[in-house]
Design a protein. Structure first.
Length: 286
């Protein structure tokens, strides 16, 4: 396999073969993210991707899952994605699921028929960065998407029978908007009813525009105890009717939580209330 720059993948794809179908992010403007800032966006050629997959076939015995990197490979033209999925099916007949990340807009740009075709050729789950359900927080971090578009993208994935996994960021509203961020993120999860909802916790580093806000005092970050308080309010505001796996098992989190909502809501709140030890700041990672 050939990779360019730093590679990111969701925790749940830790054992997946990673195919770097695109380089970088088409958007690259969120103020809390610099994961792909050094990369100029491009789509790799189908020939290169076939070569990578053939190479991987020679080295790996059993490939159960394949993840298409980088930031939002769903932006690729559907014809090219279908060519790749078809090659994967032929080359890795044992592969049970292909996944990728998407911006909400990438989902909205696909027709229902395109999404259904992708699912029929193996695209089983799509990860979408939601970050917050609060319109003001989305605007302040320059997410480039509205609350309504986020909800619509998840409903569109469900209509195509593709699993959706949404991530949100604890602490993204700072001390000024933590309450609105918590309540509106809980209610957006309730309205979307994604199959999976995960919490990351904000980490700011030099180079991120939001880090500059921190330095000049226009953004104040939450303490670990305030993050837990925000998480409690967020979970209290999740009221889903269909099953949603909720987790905070990312390297950035102070505390690992997991449960299937709605039935485990009290259990998750109890995990939170009885937390004795939080991950030390120096062990948190992006
Ligand atoms: S959060 Fe996602 S969409 Fe925003 S800049 Fe980072 S990779 Fe791109």
């Amino acid at each position: 396999m050939r990779y360019e720059g730093q590679i990111y993948r969701p925790p749940s794809e830790a054992n997946s073969l990673i195919l770097q179908a695109t380089i970088g992010c088409t958007y690259n403007k969120c103020t809390f993210c610099q994961s792909f800032r050094e990369k100029k966006f491009r789509i790799r050629t189908t020939e290169e991707l076939f070569e990578d997959l053939s190479m991987a076939r020679r080295y790996y015995g059993h490939v159960r899952r394949i993840y298409l990197a980088d930031a939002n490979a769903l932006c690729m033209p559907s014809e090219q994605l279908l060519e790749i999925l078809s090659f994967i099916r032929k080359t890795f007949p044992e592969c049970e699921r292909v996944s990728t990340h998407a911006c909400a807009q990438d989902v909205l740009n696909k027709t229902p028929e395109e999404l259904t075709d992708l699912r029929e050729w193996g695209m089983g789950i799509i990860y979408v960065g939601g970050e917050s359900g609060n319109p003001e927080v989305l605007r302040l971090v320059n997410k480039g998407v509205t609350r309504e578009e986020l909800i619509e993208s998840v409903h569109k994935l469900r209509a195509a029978k593709i699993l959706s996994s949404l991530t949100f960021i604890s602490g993204l509203g700072g001390t000024r908007l933590w309450r609105e961020h918590a309540i509106d993120t809980g209610t957006i999860i309730s309205e979307m009813e994604p199959d999976y909802a995960s919490l990351l916790t904000l980490i700011l580093e030099p180079g991120m525009p939001l880090f500059d806000d921190l330095v000049n005092g226009t953004f104040e970050r939450l303490s670990p105890q305030q993050v837990l308080q925000e998480t409690r309010l967020l979970i209290e505001n999740i009221n889903v009717k269909r099953s949603c796996v909720f987790r905070s098992n990312h390297a950035s989190n102070y505390l690992s939580l997991r449960g299937t909502l709605p039935m485990d809501k009290e259990k998750v709140l109890n995990q939170l209330a009885s937390a004795k030890r939080l991950k030390p700041e120096e062990f948190r990672l992006l």
